[in-house]
Design a protein around this ligand. Structure first.
Ligand SMILES: [Zn+2]
Ligand SMILES: [Zn+2]
Length: 249
């Protein structure tokens, strides 16, 4: 499977990641990617950049060395109502918003009902594009009900290569999550969540192997094809959609 973009990556603005924006763009190009989303951690994580990091996008180039750049955030879910650590006003100006649960922000284990409520709230947030690494066992939710809702609200469920390294507890859930996505027509993205440039290409083979095993339909993978990706940006009413389309199509 050839992907055209990685939609969840970190730069050294997240302090436990180690490459600059330009280094990540060069690495994306070397992988054959045509687009790259940089999504450093929202301010509630201890390693996050200052909130000003997320309000200065217009000084950055749309394209670096031929790679179309999307500037966004991996926002933190903060409560069981799906509240995030970045204001709606700031999220509205982001090219790509991943919403994820991290244990410093949601400690402990959620009941199924709490996790359902949480993702329900995120699904209804108009500025969220992607549901980050949600297969974790201690935040297990109703995949059937929620993937129906994600599909309705054009939220893309992420399959995260880094989960195979750092969130192994949830790996047995990935098949059920993907099956629910297939049954409910919910789109997915295959992302590295790279914290260094080498990780862009490493670690995705486990995800792609799983997709092949399930014969997951390519048209539901938003970063497998430029037309599908640009169409998804349009569905999300992203102001960058036409500019990105002009580069990719
Ligand atoms: Zn994360
Ligand atoms: Zn991440």
């Amino acid at each position: 499977m050839q992907l055209i973009a990685d939609l969840h990556t970190h730069t050294c603005c997240t302090t436990h990641a180690y490459q600059t924006l330009n280094e990540m763009a060069a690495a994306a190009k070397a992988c054959g990617y045509r687009a790259l989303a940089v999504t450093d951690h929202g301010p509630a994580m201890p390693d996050a950049p200052h909130i000003w990091h997320f309000g200065n996008w217009n000084i950055l180039p749309r394209c670096i060395d031929g790679v179309a750049m999307l500037y966004g955030v991996e926002a933190n879910v903060m409560d069981i109502f799906g509240g995030l650590d970045v204001s709606q006003k700031m999220l509205a100006d982001m090219d790509w918003v991943v919403a994820s649960i991290h244990s410093p922000c949601v400690p402990g284990t959620l009941s199924r009902k709490e996790a359902d409520r949480l993702w329900h709230g995120v699904a209804e947030n108009p500025y969220v594009d992607c549901i980050g690494h949600s297969e974790q066992q201690h935040y297990r939710y109703d995949y059937q009900e929620l993937t129906r809702l994600f599909a309705k609200h054009h939220k893309v469920v992420e399959l995260n290569g880094n989960s195979f390294r750092v969130r192994r507890d949830g790996l047995p859930n990935m098949k059920a999550l993907l099956t629910a996505c297939m049954e409910n027509g919910c789109s997915i993205a295959v992302n590295s969540d790279a914290h260094n440039s080498g990780q862009l290409s490493d670690g995705l083979s486990s995800v792609t192997g799983l997709l092949e095993e399930l014969a997951f339909p390519q048209e539901l993978i938003v970063n497998a094809d430029a037309h599908t990706f640009v169409q998804e940006l349009r569905l999300h009413q992203k102001s960058c959609a036409e500019e990105i389309g002009g580069i990719l199509l």
